[in-house]
Design a protein around this ligand. Sequence first.
Ligand code: COA
Ligand code: AMP
Length: 629
Amino acid sequence: MNYKEFYKKSIENPEQFWAEQANEIDWYKKPEIILSKDEFDYPLWFKDGELNACYLALDKHVEEGFGEQIALIYDSPVTQTIRKISFNEAKTETAKLAGGLQSLGVEKGDNVIIYMPMIPQAFFAMLACARIGATHSVVYGGFAPNELAIRMDDCKPKVIITASSGIEVDKLIAYKPLVDEAIELANHKPQNVVVFNRKLGAKIPFKKYDIDYDALVYGSEEIDCVPVKSTHPLYVLYTSGTTGKPKGIVRDTGGYAVALKFSMKYVYDVKPDEVYWAASDIGWAVGHSYSVYGPLINRNTSIIFEGKPIKTPDASTFWRIISEHKVQTMFTAPTAIRAIKKEDPNGEFIKKYELSCLRTQFLAGERCDIATLDWYKSHIDVPVIDHWWQTESGWPMISIMIGVEKLPYKPGSSGKAVSGYDIRILDENGEELNPNEEGYVAIKLPLPPGALLTVLNNPERFKAGYLERFPGCYFSGDGGYKDEEGYIFITGRVDDVINVAGHRLSTADMEEVVAAHQSVAECTIVGINDELKGQIPFAMVVLKSGEEMEHFQLEYEVIQLVREKMGAVISLKNVMVVQRLPKTRSGKILRKLLRSIIDKEQFQIPSTIDDVLIIDEIKSAHAEYRHLK
Ligand code: COA
Ligand code: AMP
C-alpha cells in the first residue's frame, strides 16, 4: 500500500475513510451518522452508533472461540510473579466485578476513580466500568492525596477502586491511607472504596466506606455488557495544562475503539494473536490505549509490567520480558532506554537474551534524542520508531505507519502525519510556514475519531485551550517543523508544561505549591535538561523580606512540600534562592531566559526585559548554588 494515497484519502474524504474503518469493530447499532459537529464546530464521530468497549476487548473474543488465548501476562519482578490470564478468565472476573459495582449502585453515567498499581485487578476495574457504562478515571499512583482530592472534586466519583499497596523498586507504598487522606481533603465524598488486598503487609486502615475487592467479586454474578452511545465517555484522564488545575480529558467510546483498532493495524502493524507490550502505567494515556484497550480490542496478548526498566532487579528486565513472553512489538519512552543505557552502556545484558521475536520498537512520550536511538540500534537490529501523540489525541498523530508502508525514518523526526491528522506548522498569526521553518504545531479540524471529546465540566476551557488560538485548528501546545518530504520534527512544548521521564507535568501547578511556603515571596519553576529524565523542574525563589533562612533548609522544606502536596513523581530536587526574578516591563517572568541561563545555552537578551543587570545576578547565584551542591 502507498502511504501518500492512503493518507490523502483520509484527509480528502474523512467521512468515507472512517465509515470503512468503523466496519472493523462490532456495534450493537451500526452508526449511520458518521461525522457531525458539536456547538464549537468540533467533530463528533459515529454519533448514533451503540457499542461497548469491554465487549470488544473481552466478550467478542470469547464468543468467537478465542477464550483460551492469553489476554494478559502479569509480569511483576517486584513481587517475583508471572501470571497468565486467558480471555475467559479476564471476562469472568471483569463481569463479576461489574456485577459487584452495580450492586454498590454504580450505573451508566456514574464516575469511578481507579488508584491502583500495575496489577491485573486494575485492568479488570477499568474494563468492569466500561462494561456497565460507568466512566473511569485512573489516577497515577505517583500522585499525592492532594492531587487525588483535586481529581475527586472534579469528577465526583461514586466509588473509588484501589489496592492495599504499590511497590516502588523495593519500597512498599501503602495506597489505602493515601486514599483515606484524599477523601478527608476532598469536598466530594465517594460512597464506597473498593480495596484489593494484595496481602503484602501494607497497612489498610478500616473505614466504614470500605468494601473488600475479593468479597465483592466472589459474591457477585457475572453481568452482561451495557450498550452505550458512541459519544458516551469511556474515561476521563487528567493531564497537566498551563494553569494550576489539571484538565480532565474526556474520551468517547466509539471513535476511540475505531481509532485504536485502526492504529494496531496501520501504525503498529500488529496482527491478532501477537504479543504486544507497552511498558507504561495505566495512569497515563499510553497505558489506557496500548496496555488495555488497543491490544485487547485487537485480540493481542498485552503485558502488565509492574517494575522499572532498571533496578527491578537490573537493566536486563526489558530484555528478559521480551524474550520470555515472545514480545513482537514493544513501546516505551526514550527515558527508559536512557536509564538502561546508563546502567549497561555496552549492552551486556542484551547479549544474554534471545530477542529474535522482537519486530519493532516504538518510542514516545518525549523527543527521542539521537544518541539514545543510535545506542538502541547498535545493540538491537529492529526498526526504532519515534512517534508523537498526546493524552488529548489518545493515539499517534505522527509516526511511520509501518502497516501501510515501511517508509524510511529520519533520526530526530517522529515521522509523517498519521491518517486523519492534517498537521500544519503555523506562525504567530496562523499562517502556514514553509518547510523547515519552526512554528506552532496545529491540526486542521476535523480531528479523526479517538481524539478528546472535551474537558470535563469545562467546555470553555476546552475551547480556549485548544480551539481559539488558531481558528479552525486544534492547537497541540508543541512547536516543530516539517521538512520538504513531510517528515515532522517536534521541538518541544511552547507553554509551561514540562516532560519529566515521559511524564507530562505543569510548572504552574508546582509554582502554586512552592509559593505557599511561608518564607517564599515569589517563585518560578522551569524545566531544565536532564540526561536521564529529559527534563527536570528547577525552582527559583525569592524570600520574603526579613527572612533569614539557611538556603539548604529552605530547599529541603520546599522539596518536601512538593512531594507531600503533589507526589514524588514531580522529581523536584533543586531550589535556588535569588534576590529577584527577571521580568518583562509588563511584569511577566522571563522563564525561557532563565532556562537558557541554567542550561548554559546561548540566548538573546529579550528586548522587553525590565532590568538587564539581573542576568548577571542570576548567573552568579547559579554558579554559587552549583558550587555549594
Ligand atoms: N507510586 C508511588 N510512587 C511513585 C510511583 C507510583 N506509581 N511512580 C513513581 N513514584 C515515585 C518514585 O518512587 C520516585 O520516588 P523517589 O524520589 O522517592 O525515588 C519518584 O516518584 C520519581 O519516579 P520516576 O519518575 O519513576 O523516577 P525513577 O528515578 O524512580 O525512575 C525511570 C526513572 C526513567 C526509570 C522511570 O521514570 C521510567 O521508567 N520512566 C518511563 C516512563 C514511562 O513509561 N512513561 C510513560 C509514557 S510512554
Ligand atoms: P502526554 O499527554 O503526557 O502524552 O504528553 C504529550 C506531550 O509529550 C506532547 O505534547 C509532547 O510535548 C511530548 N511528546 C510526546 N511524544 C513525543 C515525541 N515522540 N516527540 C517529542 N515530544 C513528544
